[in-house]
Design a protein around this ligand. Sequence first.
Ligand SMILES: O=C(O)C(=O)C[C@]1(C(=O)O)C=C[C@@H](O)C=C1
Length: 367
Amino acid sequence: MSEQSNNIDPRLLELRDRIDEIDGDIARLISERAECALKVAEVKKATGGDALFYRPEREAQVLRKAMERNQGPLTDEEMARLFREIMSACLALEEPVKVAYLGPEGTFTQQAALKHFGNSAQCRPLAAIDEVFREVEAGAVNYGVVPVENSTEGVINHTLDNFMTSNLVICGEVELRIHQHLMISDITRADAITRIYSHAQSLAQCRKWLDSHYPNVERVAVASNAEAAKRVKGEWNAAAIAGDMAAELYGLKVLAEKIEDRPDNSTRFLIIGSQAVPASGDDKTSLMVSMRNEPGALHDLLEPFQRHKIDLTRVETRPSQSGNWTYVFFIDFVGHRDSENVAAALKEVGAGASDMKILGSYPRGVL
Ligand SMILES: O=C(O)C(=O)C[C@]1(C(=O)O)C=C[C@@H](O)C=C1
């Protein structure tokens, strides 16, 4: 026995033996679970047609159960995160899911993709939101991840506009707490910063902090936070505002942490795909409606939701691409399109609208 293990407290040795035993049990059970997933894949293949290995509604149920069952001491979120990874590995055994996200690597959208699909998914960065839509439409990937709204800065219009012309459906949502950091490279002189790079939304989310700490420094908007981090690598007088992943990916040093003006700063992302998702038991629906431009039109549009006791979670207006002074409303509400009250409300809204498109019903974000 080494000198070191001679000195170890016997209580610690005993506890570690117990942990080894438990790990053995967990490993056996995970393997058993993976065997089950393989059998599920066999059943799906035997059913024929377009076998759907990834099941968003089932995944949401598994994660919710993991949280409900949890008795501590781990938090419900930690427990669900562990199950998220187990399920991601099981799905990869069945068939790896291919996901495109708004890149480059190191963006918050990549973080959202990993949070939603786990580390066993095959994730690929694309340069623009339109490209993510296009790759999913072309079938080059199974799903796409795009940002849709930020709690400080509002909607990402580009994503909403894509839905006007796309036939893809929303299959899920992910919410991410966004922490912005000021970062520099190893050649940057921290006392000589004259330029700060970031995405326009991130610069806006840190406006007050920048006003008080770097009032005279030029703020340069670039295509993404990861792009900002990349640029800083070669510049001695520049800093970037980006998240943890970008700092790690480009080996940057964080000079100031969590500089976002609002501590509850978060971004919502959508999972887009080509197949409608059945009800999971706790779902949301997104809708796109165009209305004639008349007094009371918005009231008439929203009235059926109130009558059928449906909770609206968001109403957004965008100018229509087809004509002057017509508007398109993006509406999110609680409930699945197959449930009775939602189906009834949708029928009435559709009858009163000049156009209506259901963008999808999908499980409410669990993690
Ligand atoms: O239940 C299924 O349909 C499965 O394929 C199993 C499983 C899981 O590991 O629990 C794996 C992937 C699906 O996305 C959902 C759940």
